[in-house]
Design a protein around this ligand. Structure first.
Ligand SMILES: Cc1cc2nc3c(=O)[nH]c(=O)nc-3n(C[C@H](O)[C@H](O)[C@H](O)COP(=O)(O)OP(=O)(O)OC[C@H]3O[C@@H](n4cnc5c(N)ncnc54)[C@H](O)[C@@H]3O)c2cc1C
Length: 436
């Protein structure tokens, strides 16, 4: 993605002498070679409009992503050989309704729809990965993440998700990270966008920036409540659920954005209720039963049907594919996929694979999301919990087994929750034989 600048050049005094020298110099210049020089420096001259031999010259310049007006000023001061002054103004492409000329500098990751890529891979019977990141809390964390992105981009993930902080707490950073992923590292960003504390105008602002930067893919979510708040509440003039957001984006933006939505193989944590006596559960409820230190929980068959009906509404409203909540029991995921098909939800379902990297994080996340964790995983984690290296080694082993089971069942896409780390992610890919 690039920026456009309107540049007004005026001749320096003495105008007659400088303009004569300038035009004499211009008559000797090889214009194509000059443009090549500009491009090598990160600039492109779209138009050169002199208003007379001694008059102003009005130009439109494009500068590469992250090249600002100061750099263009310095470049033009040198290039115009001291004959001209330049007044440089950034063009507001949102106000103008788009760039004044077709972009010269762009990224192969811009303006791409993920669903088309997914369908191509499925048709070609090829395995693919996607990486998910969250916005770090500190500047150092951001720098580290960007370095990791550079490294992880070498693996050609099909797309890279960036989550939207609970309550919109990191929304600007989410957008910034997506911009950088797409235009620095050519990674296709799948930007999460939630309804928490977001009235329509804020959603439109975020989507306008996405359009400007060719970020074409949005994960439309309700969102978690902001920190310190238990219950999710809709903002005045805002949205009440993920479905609302999907409808809003499709109504206002047509097919411009690719949209994905969240799916919950065990049911959304809010609809899981506590179980005192397992013998009261149906056979299908038993397949979803969550047992952990907090107790036993299940999404009842009745609630599960409501969940599936609602998920279908999100897909029918325009979601292209589903990304699931992390799961640790592949059978729950397989059943969820079968249930989707049986209920007419035919879009791709990307399995959300949590790569275990730390004991504490694993305990926290599985309790928060009320994930069903097979006893073998509980036991293995208890056995390695005192060594962070052993936890990571187990994380790689378990992640590999999950992916192998998915691949064996014909799933082509692996959506890896990386927790902003490459070690376990790369370890799993290596073990699967798909690391480049
Ligand atoms: C893949 C994935 C990515 C995520 N990324 C983020 C993120 O970036 N930032 C963040 O804050 N959180 C994120 N979350 C967490 C998510 O925001 C929470 O789980 C949130 O509580 C629900 O979001 P949703 O989009 O699934 O909500 P919704 O689609 O609104 O659904 C939430 C629940 O309400 C029920 N429901 C809502 N409306 C209706 C209706 N009209 N009829 C019937 N049932 C209804 C649904 O069945 C479901 O149980 C993510 C979750 C997943 C699985």
């Amino acid at each position: 993605m690039s920026s456009f600048f309107a540049v007004t050049h005026t001749f320096k005094a003495p105008v007659e002498t400088n303009s004569a020298s300038f035009w004499a110099w211009m008559s000797t210049v090889d214009k194509a070679a000059e443009q090549e020089k500009h491009i090598a420096a990160g600039f492109y001259n779209h138009s050169f409009m002199p208003t007379g031999k001694t008059g102003t010259i009005i130009c439109i310049w494009e500068a590469k992503f992250e090249v600002e007006a100061g750099a263009l000023q310095a470049y033009l001061d040198t290039w115009t050989n001291g004959f001209l002054n330049q007044d440089i103004k950034r063009i507001d492409v949102q106000l103008s309704g788009g760039p004044p000329f077709p972009k010269h500098f762009t990224s192969p990751a811009a303006d791409v729809k993920i669903i088309n890529l997914i369908n191509e891979k499925i048709a070609a019977d090829e395995i693919f990965v996607a990486f998910e990141y969250y916005p770090p809390r500190t500047e150092t964390g951001v720098t580290n993440l960007l370095n990791r992105c550079e490294l992880m981009a070498t693996q050609d993930p099909m797309y890279s998700d960036v989550t939207w902080g609970a309550g919109g707490s990191t929304s600007d950073l989410t957008v910034e990270l997506c911009k950088k992923m797409q235009h620095r590292y050519d990674m296709i960003a799948n930007m999460h966008l939630t309804c928490t504390n977001m009235e329509e105008s804020k959603v439109d602002e975020a989507l306008a920036v996405c359009k400007e930067y060719g970020i074409n893919n949005i994960v439309a979510l309700r969102g978690d409540p902001p920190a310190g708040q238990d219950k999710w509440e809709a903002t005045d003039g805002g949205f009440t659920c993920g479905l609302d957001l999907v409808r809003y984006i499709r109504k206002g933006y047509g097919d411009y954005f690719g949209i994905s939505v969240a799916g919950y193989p065990e049911g959304h944590p809010n609809v899981l209720h506590e179980v005192k006596d397992k013998s009261t559960l149906s056979a299908s409820e038993l397949t979803r039963l969550v047992e952990n230190a907090d107790g036993m929980f299940v999404c009842s068959d009745e609630d599960y049907e409501k969940e599936m009906a609602y998920l279908k509404e999100k897909v029918d409203a325009g979601a292209d594919f589903i990304i699931t909540q992390m799961f640790f029991d592949v059978e729950v995921f397989f059943k969820f996929c079968d249930d989707c098909k049986e209920r007419g939800i035919m879009c791709p379902v990307m399995p959300g694979i949590m790569l275990i990297q730390a004991y504490g994080g694993f305990k926290r996340m599985t309790s928060l999301c009320k994930s069903r964790v097979p006893q073998s995983v509980v036991d293995a984690m208890e056995g390695v919990k005192d060594s962070s290296d052993d936890v990571k080694a187990y994380g790689m082993k378990f992640g590999t087994e999950v992916c192998q089971a998915l691949i064996a069942k014909g799933h082509k896409g692996l959506h890896l929750y990386t927790l902003n780390q490459e070690k376990v992610t790369f370890g799993v890919m290596e073990a699967l034989g798909i690391k480049k």
